[in-house]
Each structure stands twice: as C-alpha cells, then as structure tokens.
Design a protein. Sequence first.
Length: 321
Amino acid sequence: MRRYILRRLAQFFPLILGMTVVSFFIIQLAPGDYFTQLRMNPEVSKETLDAMRRSFGLDRPAAVQYLFWLRNLLTLNLGESFAYHVPVSSLIRGKLMNTLALAVFSIVLTWLIAIPLGVYAATRDGKWQDRVLSILAYIGISVPGFLIAMLLVLAAARTMVLPIGGTTSIFTADASTWQRLGDYLRHLLLPGLALTLAGIGSLFRLMKNNFLEALGSPYVVTARAKGLPETRVLFRHCLRNAINPMITIFGYELSGLLSGAALVEIVTNWPGMGRLILEAVLAHDLYVVMASLLIGGVLLVAGNLVADILLAAADPRIRLR
C-alpha cells in the first residue's frame, strides 16, 4: 500500500503539469485578451494598452507566457488579476473556502441520505416504498440543480426560514465564535440543500442497483443457508460489497461540485468561486482562470487518490502493488 501511494504521489505532479499546459494553450486559442475590449475606449491610447500588456507579459509568445506563469507558481505566486488589480491568491482565498465548504457539506449530506435510502429500496424491491423512492429519484435526476435552487430561494423568501445570500448576517458583528459559526451554517444550508437534492437521485439509483446485485450473489445465498441473521447478511456482506463501486466515484465528486456548484452559487448568491470563474472567463482574466483550473485539477487527482485508498481499505480482495 505504501509503495502504491508513493507511486501515485509521484504521478501527481506530471498530471497537474500536463493539465496546466493543455489548459493554458487552449485559453490562448480564444480570440483577444483582457485588454482587447479596452481598444474600443477612446480615452485609452494605444501606447497605454501596449504598456499594460507588456506589464503582464502578454506581448510575449504563448510558450514564454506559460513558463513565466509556471515560474511564479513554483513560488506560490498565482499572478495578478487583470480585472481586480489584486493578487489572484488573495482574490480566490475566501471564495474557495466558501465553495469547498459548500461542496463538502453537500457531499456528506447526499451520501448520508442516498446510501440508506438505496439500501432500503433494494430490500423493498418492487413494493410501493421502492416505487415511491424511485419516482422521487427520477424527478431529482431530471430537475437541474439551478432550478431546485430557484425554488428553494422562492420558498425561503416567502417563509423567511433561511437567509438568502451571503455568509453572515448583519447582527453577527459582536457575536461569539459559535454564534458566527451557526449563522454561517444557516446561510450554507440553502445552497447546500439545492446541491444535495440535485445529487441524491443518481447516487440512490447506483446504490440500489449495486445492493440488488449483491443480494443475488452466491455468497449471500450461502450466508443465509448457514442461518446468519438477516441484519448481518445485509450490512456485513451485502453493504460492504455494494458500496465498493460507489467509492470509485468519490474522486470525481469534489472536483465535479467545484464546477457544478457555479449556477447554484449564482442563483443563491453564495459568495463562492462560481461567479468569479464565470466573470473571469468572460473577461479573459487569464491568471484567475488558470488558478481555477489548477484548483480543479488538484482536487480531481487528489480525490481519485483518496478514492483508491478507501477502496483498498474497504475491499480486502484488492491488492495494490
């Protein structure tokens, strides 16, 4: 196991490097840059634009620009935002924490709900409980997350049960740490519920199908023939084998939500990375876009590594060499 982890860690940096190379040159294929739109402004002279482009290194060839960005990255310098005129690291730090909090909250809540419901539906296969849960799952799969977010925002605006937008309320300036944390979680609940409701359906279907397949396996028939208690058969033999395929998708969950939460963040006015990434892409804010892609790539590779380790720990038949 240790050798496998070390080998995967050795593959980590080449993968990230390759991802940044491809991403950087794909961005370069887009026509124009951030300063192209300023050419339409008669108050900005051509000499000023050329000086601004030189200050950011945009007058150099694409390969030189990438090497310049990579050199800064090695010193933990993500560059400066063209639009906001601040370091990219300080621009995305708070927003990234908000997006990660939203992603982790929704992932945990989704798995805590979908896994037990999938097991329950599999044990009631063909009965009315299974049919009701399956219908609800299909509805959840069909409805996009941003529409669920809009409905939740409308409900929250009418009932005033949950706050809409932001991360804190105005009365928390003099509040204690625990009160601020509770207020943050209240603001997190609305976008978190939207992402959770959008993701439960597919995870529920996968868990139900895996559990049904495990129920029909020979080892389950043998365990029941030996007279083992049904709860032990279900939760020690079936659940352990049914959940193994689910672990493999865990690696894509966090990075997927980083991009999938963008519309939900915009609809619910959650101050995360979603709106920032959208504005950066539209404005050709190169270094902000590259930082966002870098974060997504790191989360994807790290998530896959964690998923492989969890899968090996959950399934003793797997021997990673």
